[in-house]
Design a protein around this ligand. Structure first.
Ligand SMILES: Nc1nc2c(ncn2[C@@H]2O[C@H](COP(=O)(O)OP(=O)(O)OP(=O)(O)O)[C@@H](O)[C@H]2O)c(=O)[nH]1
Ligand SMILES: [Mg+2]
Length: 249
């Protein structure tokens, strides 16, 4: 009999998440889903040994895959290389999530279920039932501004445009042309979503409660935030359809 079980890869970009990664991977592997679920940790050779922890878990469990990147660095290339490595594992679905326990694995079944109706499913803080918990007022205000700016600029039909917790059908990642992306930092989240949107894929949202990281340090400083906004403008311009051409006679 042909094995009809879906194959799902959970792709987690990490940098210095040694205090979080083992708990996160264990929680993902403990989920009960009617699918073959495995994890792919994409680590930038973190000095705190995150990659080594993941590799040890991988030697003990064939459902844990690890990509340690020693040359290209940064959240952007990590996401793109991670998606490519995930596609090589021939999945039906790829879930992307942060490695700091801000994204709880209990939402993975909801993302996967909604992928029956959508090509891309966002874990969303801003639909009924979703929430940005714990975050400082300043942090929430920044998220609000970024969100308003991006929604206005890109006209996405969804609310949580900067969510890094989402599920893609394989076909979306194949169509997006991961080798033709310009993001080096966190704007990769936006760029891939934008390309999926331009590709005509259906994008939906399911509620998640986002909690602050309890351990480890943030990589999002003011400079990264400004760089991400500048990158967002570049992305919008780069994929804008050529304008100003006279209509054909
Ligand atoms: N491989 C790789 N992963 C990264 C890099 N920068 C950040 N990450 C990971 O991307 C995810 C999101 O980064 P965070 O630092 O949590 O950024 P954030 O969620 O916007 O900010 P806080 O949660 O408030 O700290 C985490 O899993 C990080 O470890 C990087 O340069 N390379
Ligand atoms: Mg985080």
């Amino acid at each position: 009999m042909v094995d009809e079980r879906r194959r799902i890869i959970v792709m987690i970009p990490t940098y210095n998440e040694a205090e979080n990664i083992a708990d996160l991977v264990r929680a993902i592997l403990a989920l009960s889903l009617d699918a073959d679920l495995s994890v792919l940790v994409v680590d930038d050779d973190s000095p705190d040994g995150t990659g080594r922890i993941a590799e040890t878990m991988g030697r003990e469990n064939g459902r844990v895959h690890v990509l340690v990147r020693k040359k290209r660095r940064g959240r952007g290339a990590a996401g793109l290389d991670g998606f490519k490595a995930a596609l090589a594992l021939e999945p039906n679905l790829v879930v992307e999530m942060d490695g700091d326990l801000s994204h709880h694995p209990r939402y993975i079944p909801d993302l996967v279920a909604a992928a029956d109706r959508y090509d891309v499913v966002l874990g969303s803080r801003f639909v009924p039932g979703g929430r940005d918990a714990d975050r400082s007022l300043v942090r929430r205000f920044i998220t609000l501004l970024v969100r308003l700016f991006i929604r206005r600029k890109f006209r996405f039909p969804v609310k949580d445009v900067s969510s890094g917790f989402r599920c893609f059908r394989r076909e979306v990642l194949e169509a997006v042309d991961l080798d033709d992306c310009v993001s080096v930092g966190p704007s990769v989240v936006l760029e891939v979503l934008h390309k999926a949107f331009l590709g005509g894929f259906r994008i939906g949202e399911v509620p998640i409660v986002f909690v602050d990281r309890k351990k480890g340090k943030t990589k999002l400083d003011l400079l990264t935030l400004v760089e991400t906004l500048v990158a967002a403008l570049r992305i919008e311009r780069r994929y804008r359809p050529a304008a100003g051409r006279p209509p054909a006679a």
